[in-house]
Write a protein that binds this ligand. Sequence first.
Ligand SMILES: NC(=O)c1ccc[n+]([C@@H]2O[C@H](COP(=O)([O-])OP(=O)(O)OC[C@H]3O[C@@H](n4cnc5c(N)ncnc54)[C@H](OP(=O)(O)O)[C@@H]3O)[C@@H](O)[C@H]2O)c1
Length: 300
Amino acid sequence: MTGAPPLVVGIIGPGRAGVGLALALARAGEGRRYDVRLHGRTKKPVPKPLTLTVGPENEPPAWIAQAGVVLLAVRDDAIRPLAEALARAGAIGADQVVLHLSGAQGQEALGPLVGSRAALGSLHPLQTISNPEHAAERLKGAWAAVEGMPRAVQAAEALAHDLGLRPFHISSKAKPMYHASAVFASNYFVVVEAVAQRLLRHAGLSDTEAWEALRPLVEGTLENLSRQQPMAALTGPVARGDVATIRRQLEALTHDDAVLYRALGRAALELAQKQGMDQATAAQVAMALATDLPPVMRKA
Ligand SMILES: NC(=O)c1ccc[n+]([C@@H]2O[C@H](COP(=O)([O-])OP(=O)(O)OC[C@H]3O[C@@H](n4cnc5c(N)ncnc54)[C@H](OP(=O)(O)O)[C@@H]3O)[C@@H](O)[C@H]2O)c1
């Protein structure tokens, strides 16, 4: 811990990410100390040692001028309107840094604040925060995309380091693609598991049984992925070139599930080909995945 005065970090948006980062910064034991302020538009309990200030959403928090770094931790669509409100109120000064936490947007979302001459940028932890109490441990070792004006990048990197995050630079233009990657890695992974659970239910298991049955498989897959890259970890009918199995499964699925199966199957085929699948097998698999059954043969 240094002898420097604590840096005031003001967080607007007391949701999962806002409260999680506020807690993690308040508890950051090494590096710089942080004096964390948290602000929202509705009163609600926040975990200790945090306190929450509350006010109308178009009015800046009373502490805003004291914050060296202001983090806008509101949902992506609310970032620009909040930046507009802060700009209208003349709340942000040239010596401040304003960062948002969106994965899909860059510093341009803070465009209304350009006139303030504050340093603008973004810091996106590549981690899922559902329970703020666990954010500090979850963030340790996670990567974090950083972009923006030089002073903003510097501040974002310093925050990231103190949280145990591993910052890396990304251009504003690349952020939608970067965030789509995160959506596949985390959100759609969850969705695919939910689809698998539903299919097992159709096969006769209860919801609870279905997830209990699938969990060891999911854990085994994750363990493989912790040691291997996705391409090497792929198993299953597409990787084996089991065309008859693919056709049988497609016949059993509803139209929507078959559409999903086909799209993921084509992505799996791409991996299998990179792993050395011969062209003739790949062509047969591609054909099986491309064939849509006539409506009479499909489930509704
Ligand atoms: N959660 C994650 O895993 C995660 C990870 C990385 C980055 N992020 C980023 O973090 C940001 C926030 O996401 P989240 O998951 O924390 O969302 P969230 O849980 O929905 O929280 C958003 C919070 O912002 C508040 N809010 C909205 N507009 C406001 C305003 N004008 N003034 C003050 N407070 C306002 C909301 O308050 P009300 O309750 O009153 O609506 C809510 O408490 C997003 O940009 C997201 O991309 C999230």
